[in-house]
Design a binder for this molecule. Sequence first.
Ligand code: ZN
Ligand code: ZN
Ligand code: ZN
Length: 261
Amino acid sequence: MKKGALHLLVLSHAFSVLSLKKACINQLERYFLSAENVVDILQIARLCDAPRLSLICTRMIIRDFKTVTQSEGWRVMRQASPSLEQELLESLVEEDTKRKERTNRLEEKKVYLQLHEAMEALVHICGDGCRTIGPRDQILKSSQAACRFPACKGIELLLRHFSACKVRVPGGCGSCKQIWQLLELHSRMCSTPETCKVPLCRHFKEKMQHLSRKEEAKWNLLVSKVLERKGTISSISERRKFSSLKSVGSCRIQSNSDLHY
Ligand SMILES: [Zn+2]
Ligand SMILES: [Zn+2]
Ligand SMILES: [Zn+2]
């Protein structure tokens, strides 16, 4: 059956023996396809009106493109049917674009999730105080395992750096710029700036009122993407309200210059 399947497919199609045609297609799909013969089988599948087999062949060609294009079948097809070659090349480009878009979307989701985790860690550190890392006046334990907030340690390090850095944002310090942006994002998402202990929360809230529409739209989009990451989180303040941890220390500040952390 295996070897004759291709001929039988042509015959069963020509004489409309549907059950035999189905059996041949099944055999070809399951046992017969290879990089060497897939271009030939694709052309026969098209002639014999076998769309599923055609699709399987096309997918195989795209998946194993380099090897398939070295086959005799490909070489012959290029000369006999340039339009099919063009079609296959277009499918390849399309698939490649889709793959890149999928990767970009995944990367994007990862970034928003990291931002979401950073926002949670900020409130956790400044509001509750991290019990795993320890009080702020103590040296950060490098061997200490991370607490249940995955971004806690990283944010804690950034905050400590920010409070002690002499270069700061205007001087072009990369770490300070990073925490500055995270603090601004927090402020965007914070619904209780009056009582919030995250540094610069109120400062950014005031600054927001003077932003252009374009800037405003940019921030709103970012905030909605970050919120999307873990479903609709009610608000940062809700989380804090239900937290049983006691607040340690205060880091509420009015401006960057009087940051005490
Ligand atoms: Zn923590
Ligand atoms: Zn710095
Ligand atoms: Zn806040």
